[in-house]
Design a protein around this ligand. Structure first.
Ligand code: SAH
Length: 266
């Protein structure tokens, strides 16, 4: 038998944020390799009896590839379960290349990224008409260096929404980069820890000046998303530019234009 390996996005933590397809694959899986504590719930909730379930946290990439390959000799469906979406900081190609080389079929099932779960938890939008229409998903350099031109300072110069992964222990570096890019001391920043985790989610709101102090006070040192965006807090702004999609004066493929446009105000 030569089974197929599915790289499944588990979503941000709440098992209900797994896709329907991801859940079906877990229910059919002969073997599941899951990525650390963030997604073990989904694996154990949905795996069928007798399924081989292995935590990858103490394994090297080579050991993971070897384990997945080995399982395809015994099972039609082998799942590699990853946090959020497998295409973001998931070492996806490092794992798929050995499978391809061995002639094993594989496919990816996308997942809800923690960037989106964090914005959702905080009730924030990542884009807002005439404020920001771009989202940058990034990190600061840790052991993994940033490629030239992708330093946070350079990206932050665009003044768009920034979703910063893997960087909560480097919050001082995030602050330095945003300051260097000209962000104001009172620019809003939200940090969400364990977004979507029932009973464990923490949301810390602050400014460029005080976000680090606030995170320290809440003891947030891991598993957190940093969102810096000119759109943060817009739910409470007195006036908003109107989204063209729902503007009566703006027709599109599904709706004809009608009355004149107005600015929405609260
Ligand atoms: N593929 C994942 C990201 C993995 S990198 C995704 O799409 O979300 C791990 C980083 O993701 C963490 O350092 C943290 O910044 C973020 N992260 C993962 N799960 C999170 C959660 N539930 N809440 C907040 N941040 C999370």
């Amino acid at each position: 038998m030569a089974g197929k390996v599915w790289f499944v996005g588990a979503g941000p933590g709440d098992p209900e944020l797994l896709t329907v397809k991801g859940r079906r694959l877990l229910e059919e899986a002969g073997a599941i390799l899951f990525a650390g504590s963030l997604v073990d719930q989904a694996a154990t909730l949905f795996a069928p009896p007798g399924c081989e379930i292995r935590d990858s946290k103490d394994m090297t990439l080579e050991e993971m590839s070897a384990w997945l390959l080995d399982q395809t000799a015994r099972h039609a469906t082998v799942v590699r379960l990853q946090t959020g979406d497998p295409g973001l900081y998931g070492a996806l190609v490092e794992m798929t290349r050995p499978l391809t080389a061995a002639g094993i079929e594989w496919a990816v099932v996308p997942g809800v990224s923690s960037a989106f779960a964090s914005a959702a938890a905080a009730g924030e939008t990542l884009t807002l008409p005439e404020v920001t229409q771009t989202v940058i998903l990034t990190r600061v350099a840790g052991r993994t260096p940033m490629p030239a031109g992708e330093e946070l300072e350079a990206l932050a110069a665009h003044k768009t929404t920034l979703c910063i992964f893997l960087s909560i222990t480097l919050l001082h570096e995030v602050q330095r980069a945003l300051r260097a890019a000209g962000w104001a001391e009172d620019a809003p920043i939200v940090v969400v820890q364990k977004a979507s985790w029932p009973g464990e989610e923490k949301i810390v709101r602050g400014t460029l000046a005080d976000i680090k102090k606030r995170c320290q006070a809440e003891k947030i040192g891991s598993q957190a998303m940093i969102i810096a965006s000119p759109a943060l807090g817009a739910a409470d702004w007195p006036t908003l530019a109107r989204s063209k999609l729902y503007d009566p004066a703006f027709g599109h493929r599904f709706r004809k234009a009608s009355a004149a446009s107005e600015e929405t105000s609260a």
